[in-house]
Design a protein around this ligand. Structure first.
Ligand SMILES: NC(=O)c1ccc[n+]([C@@H]2O[C@H](COP(=O)([O-])OP(=O)(O)OC[C@H]3O[C@@H](n4cnc5c(N)ncnc54)[C@H](OP(=O)(O)O)[C@@H]3O)[C@@H](O)[C@H]2O)c1
Length: 339
């Protein structure tokens, strides 16, 4: 058997095993299939985090058939450090020798550097940012380059034109959009199609607790043949057992660098979490597994994009792939709780 990578020989698995563990779903009407569970590097991969921990998470993911790793220029903290650290993993563990087995994405849209050209959607910003991202990761190209958020001031043609040109220049294979609402999505998809670089994928926030995607976006994406990858599918950890008994010291809500605010854990939220947890337990699952399975029951959802602060969490989330189907009664009870 050929050795896969060098950092963790004990966890080496043969490629044939790796790919039987995962379900792959076609991304819209494209040629690309994505793993039903993908790994996001927004938190836990920054300069404040430990290399031994996050490199183990990335390798564990790849071992389990998670072929898709999602980044953005600003992930860290500090901004840019998640890309640099991912580049280090690719180089030092040998994971990079598997480049052709991986879909690596990055994005530009949020504040990255000082001055008028360091955020939003200008051609100037997107083009410079992608060059920086490639340098940090040590890559010649990314698989997907996203506009991270719509820019109310820049003409959409300019932002989409910069994405399309990244493909023409060989710096990205596909383009995507994130945080665009239904109307903005329809306009972006139309421009990208005209440019000859169809939109591969949309990345909205979507979970049991955040359901804006159900207000037209899901239908639009299906009609247009664009995939959907749901970010923060565990509502940053709220849809897990993390906060069932208070706020653990090492949790995202407790960390100064975490984006989850403690005031989001209202008494009403905690009541919903406990009630959902009870349904999950009856189904023989954790809440995290149920929350991911709940998204994946919709075939329009190509992938759920999870974060993990430990190998154990990642493994737990992958168990969602073996979840039992939901009964109508269970789905009704979930709706009742979320109302
Ligand atoms: N496009 C955008 O604008 C955008 C915005 C946000 C995120 N994203 C993408 O989506 C990815 C995922 O976002 P996210 O990190 O917010 O996702 P998430 O999966 O909703 O939350 C991940 C966090 O939940 C906790 N967790 C995960 N699995 C757990 C388990 N089995 N049991 C207990 N706790 C668990 C961990 O927090 P603890 O630290 O408390 O352990 C973990 O860091 C990001 O990395 C990024 O790639 C994109």
């Amino acid at each position: 058997m050929e050795k896969s990578y060098t950092a963790a020989p004990d966890r080496y698995v043969a490629a044939s095993d790796r790919y039987t563990k995962m379900e792959y779903r076609r991304c819209g009407r494209s040629g690309i299939k994505l793993p039903a569970v993908s790994l996001g590097l927004w938190h836990n991969f920054g300069s404040v985090d430990r290399y031994e921990n996050y490199s183990a998470i990335a390798l564990e993911a790849f071992d389990a058939g998670v072929t898709h790793f999602d980044l953005a220029n600003n992930y860290g903290p500090v901004p840019g450090s998640a890309e640099s650290n991912f580049g280090r993993i690719l180089r030092e563990t040998g994971l990079g020798t598997h480049r052709d087995e991986m879909i690596i994405s990055t994005k530009a849209g949020y504040l990255m550097w000082d001055g008028p050209y360091g955020e939003w959607g200008s051609r100037k910003y997107l083009t410079a940012s992608l060059d920086q991202s490639l340098k940090r990761m040590g890559l010649e190209y990314v698989d997907i380059f996203y506009s991270h958020r719509p820019d109310p001031e820049t003409p959409l043609e300019e932002t989409m034109g910069a994405l399309s040109d990244a493909v023409r220049q060989g710096k990205a294979l596909y383009v995507g959009i994130s945080n665009y609402d239904d109307e903005q999505t329809r306009a972006a998809v139309e421009i990208l199609r005209r440019n000859g670089t169809p939109c591969l994928i949309h990345q909205p926030k979507y979970s049991m607790f955040v359901r804006a995607a159900e207000q037209g976006l899901l239908e639009t994406l299906e009609r247009e043949g664009v995939g959907l990858i749901a970010y923060s599918p565990l509502a940053q950890g709220m849809l897990t057992d993390r906060y069932l008994h208070g706020i653990p010291e090492d949790s995202r809500a407790a960390k100064p660098t975490g984006f989850l605010q403690q005031n989001e854990l209202t008494p009403e939220r905690l009541r919903q979490i406990a009630a959902l947890n009870a349904i999950a337990a009856e189904r023989g699952q954790t809440l995290a597994e149920m929350a991911l399975a709940w998204l994946l029951k919709d075939s329009r959802v190509t992938s759920v994009l999870v974060g993990a602060s430990s190998v154990g969490q990642l493994r737990a989330n992958l168990r969602a792939l073996h979840a039992p189907d939901f009964t109508t009664a269970e789905l009704d009870r979930v709706e009742e709780i979320l109302r």
